[in-house]
Design a protein around this ligand. Structure first.
Ligand SMILES: Cc1cc2nc3c(=O)[nH]c(=O)nc-3n(C[C@H](O)[C@H](O)[C@H](O)COP(=O)(O)O)c2cc1C
Length: 318
């Protein structure tokens, strides 16, 4: 299943494992890249020496392309950018901000720059700034989210830009991939499904929480802060809701949220921690190696597309 995105990133399958702070570390990233997708390290608020270590460990585990996701709101973002430049990471994706000011420096050394965007307007602005592709991420996604759904956002972005569009949010199997390609995307970015990959080093409690989640078990917290995030409902999300309803200030809410993803991902605290996951968590039923996840998804996508072709062949001409 080769698309324009595969040519651009020199990968075999048009599947990107979304960068996930505290969750996507070298083991998962290398497993995805070795299986023909693109693994991405979630830099989040990582100290610079840890990011460098993760990049070097990934290089030891794979000789295939991989990426780093940079959260542009991170206070020491400039230092993290320098590390990714020095280490000549093949691909960077960016979240929570505008990578405009440093696109040129990455492109000079051949690094592909791919921002996550929640709207057509930002996609157009990013295309103008010279990015290589955009990730159109719907509100179904785990982690920080915009307002539009994947189904509504992707085709509108596809129509607006000429660069490859990657669909993200609510995709966890071959049906989701086939649907994304039907909407005009050149590939997909997947987060929640890969939390339950064998190689993912997140706390076992986190994996079990995703496996147990049903379709309506996630909620969005922090809409009033301007940085809303989709998480599995728990004590923390209820407390966050209560604080927002009681009119807590943005500073209070942000202070309250500090360190909560780490608490869930590393310490396994499923009540006080922030258990980021997407609405598609209800479809995730097992833990298995990333290569199996990818190969099954690709096979299923091909089968689905084949069946759709049969539907067309069997229907009366219009
Ligand atoms: C646990 C978790 C952490 C995430 N952390 C980040 C992050 O640090 N930066 C980012 O740009 N996106 C982050 N995301 C979003 C993913 O990269 C991806 O776009 C999203 O998960 C796709 O939607 P899905 O969860 O429905 O597959 C995170 C998602 C999850 C589930």
């Amino acid at each position: 299943m080769r698309t324009r995105l595969c040519e651009l990133l020199e990968i075999e399958h048009p599947i990107i494992q979304g960068g996930m702070a505290w969750v996507s570390t070298a083991e998962l990233v290398a497993a995805v890249s070795n299986a023909g997708g693109l693994g991405i390290i979630g830099a989040g608020h990582m100290p610079t020496d840890i990011l460098r270590e993760e990049i070097r460990r990934t290089k030891e585990l794979t000789n295939k392309p991989f990426g780093v996701n940079l959260m542009l709101l991170t206070p020491h973002i400039n230092e993290l950018i320098e590390v990714t430049l020095e280490e000549r990471v093949p691909v960077i994706t960016t979240g929570a901000g505008n990578p405009g000011s440093f696109i040129g420096r990455f492109k000079e050394i051949g690094t592909k720059v791919i921002p996550v965007i929640p709207s057509v307007a930002l996609a157009l602005r990013m295309e103008k700034a010279g990015v290589d592709a955009v990730i159109a991420e719907g509100t179904e996604s785990g982690g920080h989210v915009g307002e539009l759904t994947t189904m509504a956002l992707v085709p509108q972005v596809v129509d607006a830009v000429n660069i490859p569009v990657i669909a993200a949010g609510g995709i966890a199997d071959g049906r989701g991939i086939a649907a994304s390609l039907a909407l005009g995307a050149s590939g997909v970015q997947i987060g929640t499904r890969f939390v339950c990959a064998t190689e993912c080093t997140v706390h076992e409690n986190y994996k079990q929480k995703v496996l147990a989640a049903k379709d309506r078990d996630t909620t969005v917290t922090g809409r009033t802060t301007g940085h809303p995030a989709r998480v599995i409902k728990n004590k923390l999300s209820r407390e966050f809701d209560r604080m927002e309803k009681d009119g807590a200030s943005v500073e209070e809410l942000e202070q309250f949220g500090l360190g909560k993803l780490r608490l869930a991902a590393k310490d396994g605290d499923m009540e006080q921690g922030s258990v980021m996951a997407g609405q598609i968590a209800g479809l995730v039923k097992d833990i298995k190696p990333a290569a199996e996840i990818i190969h099954e998804m690709v096979k299923e996508a091909k089968d689905v597309i084949g069946k759709l072709q049969e539907v067309v062949l069997q229907s009366n001409p219009v």
